[in-house]
Design a binder for this molecule. Structure first.
Ligand code: AMP
Length: 292
């Protein structure tokens, strides 16, 4: 089967989308378009848009669909990425259901469409720790992990010797807010893309090389699951209530395949608006496990 040309990397913050997208871009000759990078660049340059989005990003919120799409369109036009047979990997986009529709329309303008969506599945408990260890170069944007991928000289980038800092939105409180946003606004895309027969799930808890191998196999292979008839993303308040009351078939499937991630999601939902709730949710999960 031919390698997918238009790929979306989906997953919660800290799942390794950025790292994996860069690897894929190099190994598979993809143009890498990361909306987070585009937004950070606008903030760093102090543009008008940068001034608007900075507080939103620092609070762990989502920038408006219109602003993000505007930036993405510009970047795609500059890179000539929408035309011809250029392979493109979208990282951090779409993040909402409306963005998915807008991306479809944008690609359709040049007769293209999303070929594959790779979901990097990682348990919430792993994510918070992982993001806390993340450091980014202020000069070239290279990303390190103090445990898994430390720089050779502490505090300095291996590539350009720039200073390594913790991104303001990588602080613990902000990561928890970003995770809540993910489950509320982005996770409905999982069912959407599964229903369209585009989704492939890759376990994201392992070593970077193992995840990279999984991502590469996912863009080369075909989705394991056919479209699930009942897979309807929870939209709006009613949708959310429905999803809570009766999990869809596809939700049950993902629970079977990735129980840790699913538990993490439930924990995140119950933790909403609570100050220090993680320990309690974990303790509950532990008690349940011991009983069974
Ligand atoms: P990322 O580097 O992808 O984790 O993105 C960092 C931050 O940029 C996110 O927490 C959001 O505040 C913002 N952001 C990135 N991509 C999007 C998007 N597609 N829609 C809305 N906000 C975004």
């Amino acid at each position: 089967m031919a390698r997918a040309r238009i790929v979306v990397l989906l997953g919660p913050p800290g799942a390794g989308k950025g790292t994996q997208a860069k690897r894929l871009a190099k190994q598979g000759s993809y143009l890498h378009l990361a909306t987070g990078d585009l937004l950070r660049s606008a903030v760093a340059r102090g543009t008008e848009l940068g001034k608007v989005v900075r507080p939103i990003m620092e609070a762990g919120g989502l920038v408006s669909d219109a602003l993000v799409m505007g930036l993405l369109k510009e970047a795609m036009a500059e890179a000539g990425g929408a035309k011809g047979g250029q392979r493109v990997v979208f990282d951090g986009m779409p993040r909402t259901l409306p963005q998915a529709g807008m991306l479809d329309e944008l690609l359709a303008e040049s007769g293209r469409a999303i070929d594959r969506v790779v979901l990097i599945n990682t348990a919430d408990k792993v994510l918070v720790d992982r993001v806390a260890q993340r450091r980014s170069c202020v000069v070239c944007g290279a990303v390190y992990n103090l445990k898994a991928k430390p720089p050779q000289v502490p505090g300095h980038c291996d590539a350009c010797n720039g200073e390594l800092i913790q991104r303001p939105d990588d602080r613990r409180e902000t990561v928890l807010a970003r995770l809540r946003k993910y489950w509320q606004d982005t996770a409905p895309l999982i069912d959407l893309f599964r229903a369209r027969g585009l989704l492939v799930e890759v376990p994201g808890n392992g070593a970077i090389d193992d995840v990279a191998a999984g991502v590469l196999a996912a863009v080369d292979g075909k989705p394991a699951l056919k479209a699930a008839k009942s897979a309807k993303p929870p939209v709006g308040r009613k949708g959310k209530a429905r999803a809570k009351a009766k999990p869809s078939a596809s939700r049950k499937q993902s629970a079977r395949r990735a129980p840790a991630a699913e538990k993490g999601r439930k924990a995140t939902r119950t933790r909403k608006n609570k100050a220090e709730p993680r320990g309690r949710s974990r303790a509950k999960a532990g008690r349940k496990k011991r009983r069974s």
